[in-house]
Design a protein around this ligand. Structure first.
Ligand SMILES: C[S@@+](CC[C@H](N)C(=O)[O-])C[C@H]1O[C@@H](n2cnc3c(N)ncnc32)[C@H](O)[C@@H]1O
Length: 260
């Protein structure tokens, strides 16, 4: 496995942590041989030392998080430093926070008075959420989760169910979405080729499969389809880039949905 988090050969992301579904995460959460990053499906190099910057980026995108006394939902919280930063921020801002993931993941996170942990798979198996919805949430964070939902559920139903929980002026961030079309665009550019050659120490060209369906991978069509769906449902929706310094910015992007 490479120690370079920006390497684009695909091996690091696709081999060891490929095709992870909710039940895989549940199992990984209990596997004591894995560190907190591996438990959420990332080689340590992709997350360790990067999560403060990831959270700062989330704060610039979901404005309501920077206010006080808001209602916040984090779907697919995981167990690394990122949900801990979210919890600390919510304590400081006196937000009411709901963390939603498998029980095994949530058990690894600290307990705070402002935070309610709800175990289950969104939207179908988290019955307890109903009593915590009240009139919805001002901020919903779904970071690095959509690609896993995409493997086992209808992403439109998933996003529709999230939008239904958004209060007026609320923001829903579907963050850190690996977009294979974006990855191919980058690898087809001079910069992408130079990048590939530098990191693989090769003179070869990267493999770019633009005319083939890659099953289980999110493409431009999925991203733009979700944006169109949100807009049709009366929300504002945008595709946003990640700051270049984030480790997977050259192949991932975010969708921000706001309820007017
Ligand atoms: C790649 S991890 C991301 C964790 C965290 N959001 C982060 O970025 O550090 C994906 C997480 O989403 C959770 N997950 C996957 N599908 C889910 C679903 N349908 N409902 C709730 N959680 C889900 C997994 O259990 C896992 O903890």
């Amino acid at each position: 496995m490479t120690s370079d988090p920006t390497k684009l050969d695909g091996n690091t992301e696709t081999a060891r942590f490929a095709g992870l579904r909710f039940e895989d995460f549940r199992r990984m959460a209990e596997d004591s041989s894995l560190n907190i990053y591996e438990k959420i499906g990332f080689p340590k190099e992709f997350r360790e030392g990067h999560e403060e910057r990831i959270f700062s980026d989330i704060l610039t995108k979901v404005e309501t998080l920077t206010k006080c006394h808001k209602r916040v939902l984090d779907v697919g919280s995981g167990c690394s430093e990122l949900p801990r930063l979210i919890i600390r921020h919510c304590v400081e801002r006196e937000h009411e926070l709901v963390l939603l993931d498998a029980r095994e993941m949530l058990d690894m996170l600290p307990d705070e008075r402002c935070a309610t942990k709800i175990a289950g798979r969104f939207p179908d198996d988290c019955y307890e959420l109903t009593s915590h919805v009240k009139d919805g949430f001002d901020a919903i964070i779904v970071y690095s989760v959509l690609q896993h939902v995409f493997l086992e559920a209808n992403p439109f139903v998933f996003v529709d169910s999230l939008m239904a929980l958004l209060r007026p002026n609320g923001g829903l961030l579907l963050g850190d979405i690996p977009n294979v079309s974006k990855r191919h665009r980058f690898l087809s550019s001079d910069a992408g080729v130079a990048y590939h050659r530098a990191y693989l120490r090769t003179n070869g060209l990267p493999e770019v499969k633009i005319d083939q369906i890659e099953h289980g991978r999110i493409t431009d069509a999925v991203i733009l389809g979700l944006v169109e769906r949100a807009r049709t449902a009366g929300f504002d929706a945008f595709v946003l880039p990640q700051p270049a310094e984030l480790p997977m910015a050259n192949r991932r992007e975010d969708i921000l949905i706001r309820r007017p």
